[in-house]
Design a protein around this ligand. Sequence first.
Ligand code: ZN
Length: 411
Amino acid sequence: MLTMTYQYVLKPTRQQIETMTEWLNVCRGVWNYALAERKDWYNSRSCRIDASSIKSEYIIPADTPRPNFALQCKALTEAKKTKPWLKSVQSQVLQQVLKQLENAFTSMWEQKRGFPRFKKSGRMRSFLFPQFEKNPIVGNKIKLPVIGLLKMRLSRPIPEGFILKQIVKKASGWFAMLSMQCDVNVPDAMPHGHSLGIDLGLLSFLATSDNETIARPKFFVDAQRKLKLLQKKLTHKKLGSNNWCKAIAKVAKFHEHISNARKDFHFKTAHHLCNQAEMIFAENLNVRAMSRGMLCKHTLDAGFGQFLNILKWVCSKRDVYFAKVDASGTSQTCPNCQTHTGKKELSQRIHECPSCQYIADRDVAAAMVVMQRGLVAVGHTVLMLSEGKVVGLPVKKESPSFNKTSVARLV
Ligand SMILES: [Zn+2]
């Protein structure tokens, strides 16, 4: 099952903005209260028996059950009787806050994530909806409980079978997130056609087994510089002053812009690759291991994981077979004779096989190995490249372009 989220700009009225801001505040209050309850319970249990813990024992009796989703939902219903402000938010939306908290705890236990944190003012940026029974879209409006009909800018047609997931407040305004799920169809026939292996790069964004490298957009380098500049300006402003608030908003807006531009670049690159092949194979990046490893690929571009998800999605939409293969040692194998060539230094940009003298760009050679592994995995026999064949270095093509005009205006 594959999930993709689309975002649509909302055009709320002033009244609606007021209501939604109020909702975020109430959600934040519920989150912090429920988190405090859980935290207190844990603290009261983590004290050693012999240590004097009169205070926590006094507050929480020993037989109090551990606060969980069901118990906290019940407590919420109770609390509404004495705290009428809780009633201003649709009750299922508040329950979703408790659900998110439960999920945060589960991922802390199961995936060793950090302890959930309290949310300061302004840090609660979205509220979630449970699944609606009816389609909430009416023309170019979306119908939300209590809030009513909200105008939406239909930047793209609304996909069939979507569900409204959440409303998000960003630096540039309010958004509706619609998500849709798509069953990845298992191909009936053996994957066939032209195959492409890709290697996510350190210097270039990626290299393909067809001898193409796609450059990391220069835009991101410039953007980082501009971002630093904006942040530096921030330090000269008086904390909490009007100008400081304005500068903060500018930084947040720029962050959002970078993330949009990156996503756009990822989509365009994915389509560009799908134009060339019927099968695409990529490395199975272990992002967690990578962040610990010395290469730390993802520190250069935090978007590799996102790119692979988008590529998978675009492939499924365009009937291109997509699979990930084991990435270990791809840069240490000769694509021509499969000889293990040993570790390459980062500065060594050319693959030159000591055994068969095959020469290729280092990343292109790795992409070829990725493709060969993929082909073997789907049951193809891999034809070896002709022995001793020397290929030229990759053709530098311009990476897919995206809209840069609004950046210039911002900074
Ligand atoms: Zn070789």
